[in-house]
Design a binder for this molecule. Structure first.
Ligand code: ZN
Length: 244
């Protein structure tokens, strides 16, 4: 893997697993493009140099639709770049991974399922991140299309978990995918919204800026436009020094 960063990325690890499991050679849309193995953008447009890993008092748990880690447009990866402590699991309706179930039951965590509150029983819904004494908030993100996420939300093993409500209106900025997928949950944007709710404004800004850098580079690559880096989110990330 070509990478400037020494730490592993949970989503990329899951991606490798999915590729190893598939019986046919995997061909994503635009598979002929030579991509950076880390950010999955056409190599000349790679945005990895702007990743600024941070630490957080919350932990993200990405529950990914099995197809999601393979998509170059997936933004769950960006969360794992900025918060390397994030974990990622493949979603299964009836047979969840034992490691996921163990994490959900681990007493050192307070799990919360991030989803628009209107789809849940009202007593389960919270507007703020639950801060329980001695527990780290474990924020579960459903990384999938909107249609898939609604199905995943109904999984038996998720039913008792408190819901951290997010506003679907805030999810509409994501335009990487075609109009047919306009209800795609922009997972990195949701995570930035959640970080802001948890009071971690700096982390929210870093993730949001990296999402914008990713989007701009992805589009520039797709449209064969120059790979510029003079806009505000690039400059903001450049102003943050990387840990040595
Ligand atoms: Zn890259």
């Amino acid at each position: 893997m070509t990478s400037n960063h020494p730490y592993p990325n949970a989503v990329l690890a899951l991606r490798q697993q999915r590729i190893a499991l598939s019986t046919r050679p995997f061909a994503a849309r635009g598979a002929t493009v030579e991509r950076c193995l880390r950010c999955q953008i056409a190599r000349n447009y790679c945005c990895c140099a702007w990743a600024r890993p941070q630490t957080s008092n919350v932990r993200f748990c990405l529950l990914m639709h099995p197809k999601e880690p393979l998509k170059p447009t997936n933004t769950g990866r960006l969360i794992a770049e900025i918060l390397p402590d994030s974990v990622a699991f493949s979603w299964h309706r009836t047979e969840p991974e034992p490691a996921l179930l163990a994490l959900l039951k681990d007493p050192q965590y307070q799990p919360m399922l991030v989803f628009p509150g209107q789809y849940s029983e009202p007593e389960r819904v919270h507007e703020k991140v639950l801060q329980s004494e001695g527990k780290t908030p474990l924020l579960i993100l459903l990384d999938a299309t909107w249609k898939q996420a609604r199905k995943m939300f109904q999984s038996d093993y998720l039913t008792g978990i408190p819901v951290l409500s997010i506003t679907p209106e805030a999810l509409s900025r994501y335009r990487l995918r075609s109009a047919a997928h306009e209800h795609q949950l922009a997972t990195a944007e949701v995570a930035a919204q959640v970080l802001a709710l948890a009071g971690e404004t700096d982390n929210a800004n870093v993730l949001d800026a990296f999402f914008q850098v990713f989007s701009q580079r992805y589009f520039a690559g797709k449209m064969k436009k120059p790979a510029v880096s003079d806009s505000e989110p690039f400059q903001y990330l450049e102003s943050i020094t990387l840990p040595r």
